[in-house]
Write a protein that binds this ligand. Sequence first.
Ligand code: ADP
Ligand code: MG
Length: 696
Amino acid sequence: MNNLARLDIKFLSGVGPKRAELLSKQLDIRSYYDLLYYFPFRYIDRSTIYKIANLQGDVPYVQLKGRFVSFAAHGEGARRRLHALFSDGTGSIEVVWFNRVKQIQESYHIGVEYILFGKPTLFNGRYSLAHPEVDILKPNSELKGLQGVYNITEILKNRSFTSRTIQQLVDNLLSTLNRVEETLPAWLIEKYHLMGIKDALFNIHRPLSLETLDKAKFRLKFEELFYLQLNILRYSKLRSLNISGFKFNVVGEQFNDFYNNFLPFPLTNAQKRVIKEIRLNMKTGKQMNRLLQGDVGSGKTLVAFMSILIAIGNGYQGCIMAPTEILATQHYHSIKEMSEKIGVKVALLTGSVKKKDRVEIHQSLRDGSLNVLIGTHAVIEDEVVFKNLGLVVIDEQHRFGVAQRAKLWQKNSTPPHVLVMTATPIPRTLAMTVYGDLDISVIDELPPGRKPVQTLLRYDSHREKVNTFIGMQLKEGRQVYIVYPLINESENMDLKNLEEGYSYICEKFPKRKVCFVHGKMKPAEKEYQMQQFVSGNADIMVATTVIEVGVNVPNASVMIIENAERFGLSQLHQLRGRVGRGADQSYCILMSNPKITTDTRKRLEIMTDTNDGFVVAEADMKMRGPGDMEGTQQSGIAFDLKISNLSTDGQILQLSRDAASEIIVKDTTLDTPNNRILKEQLKFLFEKTVNWSLIS
Ligand code: ADP
Ligand code: MG
C-alpha cells in the first residue's frame, strides 16, 4: 500500500491539478491510496427497473426505462429550470433540472430510450424526479447491479462533482490496478476465511453481489480493527517488558491504620475486589496503567484514597487530578477529613491558590513532607516537582487531554503508577479500542441502601405540578438542583436563560434560599455558592453543567434538568448521578420542550427506562456514533475508522483482538518471516500517529 500512498491523485486519469486540489481540500483525498480507501457509505440496487404506474407512497431510489416526451425551460437567471416529461408506457413522470439547463437540453433527446435513476418525490399528487442520473440504453447493455454512494460535500456538488464522479475515478483507479499487494499474512487470511485484499477493494466499490459485498466488508473491517488492536497490544506488551515501575512491597502502616480504625463504612465487595486488583498490580514491579470504571456514586474516591495510602506506606507521594476546581476542592475536603486521622498530609493546588501558599506547597512537595497533592491542571505545571511521586489518580479523565496526561507521565524518571477513574461508563468496544492497553477494574455495585433514582419526562405544561413537587421535597428537608444547558455558541443567551430561571425560582419559592452557579463566575464566587449548597445553607441550586462532575451532596434528592433534549445521554446520566446519594428516594425530572422529534423522545425515554450507565452509554454511542462520545475526542482513534463501527462491529472487534493477542504473545516484536507483512503494515499505518499507548 506504501506505493499507492505515494502516488499523487492528480496523476490519476480524470483528475488533474484542479480536481486534485478539490479532492484534497474537500475529502482529504491526496493519493491513490486515499481514494481507494474512500468507501461508499451505502449502496443502491440498480438491477431492477420500476414501472411508473407502480410507484406508490414513499419511493426509494429507483430505475426507470423510457423516453422523454417533451422539454420546456422556464424562468430566468438563477431561477431558470428545465422541465421534461418522461414516459415508460405505463405512465409519465415529470423530470426537473435546476442548473445546467442548456447543457442538458443539448445532450438528451426526445424519442431516444434512456435509463433514469433517482428518487421520485410526491408533489401535489404527482411524482417528479429532480436531477436524475441519465444513461442511454445501449443494445444488450446489462443493467448495473449494486452501486456505491459516496459522501460528497456541498462545495463539490456545486461544481458538478458528484458521488458518480467519485465512482468514475475509482473505476479508473481499479482498472489500472493490476497489482494490489496483500496486506495480511496468508496464514491469517486462511485461518479467518477472509477475502483477498484485491477482491475486497473491488467489491467494496463495485460489488458483484450482496454476498461478495458482505465478504469484502468483513475483510476490511476485520483488518482495520485488527491492526488497531495489534498496535495497542504490541506497545503495551513492549512497555511491560521494557519499562519498570515502582514496586510497592507492602500495604503499609497508613493503609492498615485507616482500614482497621477509621473506615467510615464497610467497603462494598466490589470496592474490596478493585482495591485488591490495584494492590496486586502495584507490587509486580511493572508500572500500573489501570482504568477504574464505576458508575456515579459507586465510591471511587475511597478506592483512590486507599490506593494512595499504599503508595505512602511504601514511602512515595500520591496525586489526584480533577477536571474542575469544584471537584478538586470537594475531593480535598473529603480526603483531608480521612487523612488527618492517620497523620497523612494533604494539600490542594488549583489556579486560585495564592502565590505564598503555592510556594509553600511546592517546597513541601519537593522535600517530601507533603504526602498527597490534589488539584486541577495546576498540578502538572512545570514548577510542580515531587520528591517521589508514586501514584497518580486521574478523576473523570475525559476532561484531560492526552498531552496533559503525557506531561504527568514524564514527571519522574520512573513513571508513577496511573489510575484513571471514570464515571462515564464506556461501552466495552470503545474501551477496548481507546483504552486497549489499560487494565480495567470495574466497581459494579453501589453502596447498600441506595434507592434507584426515579426518572420522569415532563413538559412545560407540567411546570406547576413540578413546582408543587419541588415544594413538597423541600418541606421534607431535601435539597434540589435545577440545571440549565450551556451551549457555547451563544453563552450570553444561555446566561440569560439561566438568570431568568434563577429569578423564576426565587419568585416561586420566596422563603427558600437559592444559590446560583455557572462557569463564567470567578472561582472564589463559585466556590462560595457551591459551599452554600454543600453545607445545607441553600435549599436550591440553579446551575449550568459545572456541577456535572463529581459534586457530592447526599441530602439533595431532586435533579431538575431544563431543556433536557439538548443534552447528550451520557451527560444526563452524569447529572442524574448527583442525586440518589443518600438514603432517601431521589428523583430526576427531565423537562423537555414538547416539540421534539421521535428520535429525541426515544433518547430521553432511555433515561426514564434504565439507571444502568452501561446501557445508557451503549445507546448513546449507537445514536451519536463513537466519534462524539466523551473520551474519544482526545484519543482521535474512533474518528479515523474508515469502515468499522464500534457500536455495531463488537463481534468483529473481539475476533480481531483475539487474533492480534495470539500473535503478540508468540511474536511480540513481529520478527518471524510469517509476520513480516504485519510489521510493515503497522509501520505504514501508525508511523504518523502519536504513540498513544505510552501516554495513556
Ligand atoms: P463516585 O464513584 O461517583 O466518585 P463517591 O466516591 O463520591 O462516588 O462516593 C459516593 C458516596 O458514597 C459518598 O458519599 C461516599 O462517602 C459514599 N460511599 C462510598 N463508599 C461507600 C460504602 N462502601 N458504603 C457506604 N457509602 C459509601
Ligand atoms: Mg467521583
